[in-house]
Design a protein around this ligand. Sequence first.
Ligand code: HPA
Ligand code: MG
Length: 210
Amino acid sequence: VPEGFQGYPISQFCIPKHYEDDLECVLIPKGFVLDRTERLARDIFQNLDLSKPIAALCVLKGGYQFFNDLIHFLKQLNANTNRSCQLSIDFIRLKSYEDDQSTGTVKVIGGDDLSNLRDKNVLIVEDMIDTGRTMTKLLTVLEQFKPHKVSVASLLVKRTSRSTGYRPDYIGFEVPDQFVIGYALDYNEYFRDLNHICILNDKGKEKYSL
Ligand code: HPA
Ligand code: MG
């Protein structure tokens, strides 16, 4: 998504009525997200050493939509090509954001049985890489469980000067440094119930601020 891209008018999409006044524009329609996710699944499948099981790890809550759709396409590849691989799924939660500012701390919630990741191709599925700090910390934690290989797929990567330079292995879209919501991404727990990836306007930020 190029810098300065104006997005699409929300009047041309199905948007829940309760959010109509809170959005600047649709940045990435859900259909586009799905098409891109299908391609990411293909790339992941092609690059993986399928002799080891895949352990897909969803970073909740924001990653759940992307995770669901990515797994859907991976399962399709597993079923319809002559290469296939055992695929397990697990869910973890990290808390690192309050309001739209990074607090700089990462709390890992859940994530029991991480020792199951030993000798597997771990695929971390995340909604957003912002500074990259959270993911770098998570990778350090996971390495202790001796996975065969860890790959990271992030639906979005922010183009921001605050970035540490960290780049995930698979990127859905690079987006400008604005607050985006929808498709499970939230602003203080609101807007997860929005299909498209949208930009929040000032009114929405104010209305749902803590
Ligand atoms: N949207 C939702 N969550 C986020 C964002 C964003 O733009 N940046 C960091 N966490
Ligand atoms: Mg996240």
